[in-house]
Design a protein around this ligand. Structure first.
Ligand code: NAP
Length: 283
């Protein structure tokens, strides 16, 4: 219950992992929770649902939202101003906006790569730039949601691993720079997460369609969670609690599941062994 009575901001809190984190923060008894996302209708519904859950459990949480597109600098700046109106200070800022991908390096276009950099890296840059001043007085924590793809780059994930590796660089530089102000930066790298739409998420991508002439067809497994990695999906609520615990302990890097540390260590010691293991785990 590390975040009881605290003020929390969750970027991307209206869906997926961000929503699971919002739920767990309410269950832990935060004083004030602020969700940030683009779609006002979905934000409204989620805020109402979280308020109801808090009330049903006898909790006194203030739950509010800010509508913003964090890829856009001006929208992020306005969100910073609005945050200043809603809260005097913030204890934990979670940046959970992200976008995954499927495809080969051969088929990756500059436009798609820039889209992924915007959705995974620029959003975090803007969130840190606009919201970190609110964390200084509390000596708070920024959590950036990466992925195992921040550490490894298996086949067929399009531009996702490139973007998530860049996010890891942003996290380390921000951690070193912001430590002078007492603000911690935690990079969380989870594996695939259980979701209702698992296996169907990439059906709309051109590379998922088998009838396009001249398109390299990806193996069907590549469309599965983790690109078909032999790893079971993480329970989102348990994962959210692990992330909040890592944030509370101000761990610089949290890798979930923990056994992925082995692959990281082996890959550092011998890139050839690392590649061999990664191929084996994703075939
Ligand atoms: N799903 C997995 O298996 C998995 C595994 C490992 C890591 N991750 C990482 O976990 C994070 C969450 O993934 P998810 O799959 O749970 O996400 P998701 O369900 O797609 O939710 C994304 C959230 O971010 C918001 N959002 C998207 N673009 C935005 C923007 N430009 N500005 C502000 N808000 C924006 C969305 O709301 P609006 O659309 O209304 O803006 C939504 O609330 C990502 O960083 C992802 O890379 C996911």
């Amino acid at each position: 219950m590390g975040w009881t009575g605290k003020t929390a901001v969750v970027c991307g809190g209206s869906s997926g992992l961000g929503l699971s984190l919002a739920n767990q923060l309410v269950a832990q008894g935060v004083k004030h929770l602020i969700l940030i996302a683009r779609d006002p209708a979905r934000l409204y519904l989620v805020v109402e649902q979280l308020r109801k859950e808090a009330a049903d459990n006898g909790r006194q949480a203030i739950i509010s939202s800010i509508q913003a597109d964090l890829t856009d600098g001006e929208s992020a700046r306005l969100a910073g101003i609005e945050l200043g109106k809603q809260a005097a200070g913030v204890d934990i800022l979670i940046q959970a906006v992200g976008l995954s991908d499927r495809g080969t390096i051969e088929g990756l276009t500059r436009q798609r790569l820039m889209e992924l950099i915007d959705a995974n890296v620029v959003v975090s840059l803007h969130a840190i730039q606009q919201f970190q001043p609110f964390l200084r007085s509390s000596r708070g924590v920024i959590v950036l949601i990466g992925s195992l793809s921040s550490l490894f780059a298996p086949r067929y994930l399009g531009g996702y691993s490139i973007a998530k590796h860049a996010l890891a660089g942003l996290a380390q530089q921000a951690r070193l720079e912001l430590s002078e102000q007492g603000v911690a930066v935690v990079l969380c790298c989870p594996g695939p997460i259980q979701r209702a739409d698992a296996g169907r998420r990439y059906a709309g991508l051109p590379q998922a369609k088998s009838d396009l002439p001249g398109e390299a067809i990806l193996p069907r497994e590549a469309m599965l969670p983790g690109g078909g990695a032999k790893i079971s999906g993480l329970n989102p609520d348990e994962l959210a609690n692990q992330i909040l615990d890592a944030a509370h302990r101000r761990k610089p890097l949290s890798i979930i599941p923990k056994r992925a540390w082995w692959l990281r260590l082996i890959s550092c010691l011998s890139p050839s062994w690392g590649d061999w293991l990664l191929l084996k785990k994703t075939q």
